[in-house]
Write a protein that binds this ligand. Structure first.
Ligand SMILES: O=C(O)c1ccccc1NCC(=O)[C@H](O)[C@H](O)COP(=O)(O)O
Length: 206
């Protein structure tokens, strides 16, 4: 069975619709100020609505807890992906409100792996040091973490290496931004379809 797919960094309703039509399981919106894919909170409603039946994931980094809570209250169906240096307590507070929390982690060595293995989040997203950079993360460390809990693998994945990324790590899901873009925040329907076709080929395997 193919891994779950999150297509991230959407800024346009038409791209969200293309991702959902192609079979994406999750659609991501980046609210991080420094991101070239930044979506303003005021634009989220329309994008989140367009994402159904895929689940919307809002990516935030080092926001005050009140801001994260406000976002979750305004859009109760979304997953919050914490992409900064948020603490376990921060994540637990959101989970206590009933929010599904994902946490992005960058792994440089086995110590990083031990440190984040028990982080209180529904899923860990193993990414390169900088989100949305198109750079690969360490697949060996990602595979080791994937043996301990379900993870999404992110960083530099696209139609040409998605199947290899999954085979190398056994990741529960793949998280892709720049690999299916024409420009930051502008998705390519052709690349989305190529990616999903490559991953669907895994469904034929036993
Ligand atoms: O995508 C961004 O611009 C971004 C900026 C700052 C923090 C996180 C960001 N993206 C989060 C994601 O979940 C991306 O899908 C993930 O980093 C993979 O990106 P890419 O290497 O471009 O596939």
């Amino acid at each position: 069975m193919r891994p779950r797919v999150k297509l991230c960094g959407m800024t346009r309703v038409e791209d969200v619709c293309a991702a959902v039509a192609a079979g994406a399981d999750y659609v991501g919106f980046v609210l991080v100020e420094s991101s070239r894919r930044r979506v303003m909170p005021s634009a989220l409603g329309e994008l989140v609505t367009a994402a159904a039946p895929a689940r919307a994931v809002c990516v935030i980094a080092d926001e005050p807890l009140a801001v994260a809570r406000g976002l979750a209250a305004a859009h109760p169906s979304v997953i919050l992906q914490l992409h900064g240096r948020e603490s376990a307590e921060y994540a637990r507070a959101l989970a206590g409100d009933g929010v599904d929390v994902w946490k992005a982690v960058a792994l440089s060595d086995d110590d990083d792996l031990s440190r984040c293995a028990d982080f209180p989040a529904v899923r860990l997203v193993v990414d390169a040091a900088q989100g949305g950079s198109g750079r690969l993360c360490d697949w060996r460390l990602a595979a080791a973490l994937a043996l301990r809990r379900p993870v999404l693998l992110a960083g530099g994945i696209g139609p040409g290496n998605a199947v290899a990324a999954w085979r190398a790590t056994g990741a529960w899901g793949l998280d892709i931004a720049s690999g299916v873009e024409d420009a930051p925040g502008i998705k390519s329907v052709q690349k989305i379809n190529e990616l999903m076709a490559a991953l669907r080929s895994l469904d034929k395997e036993q």
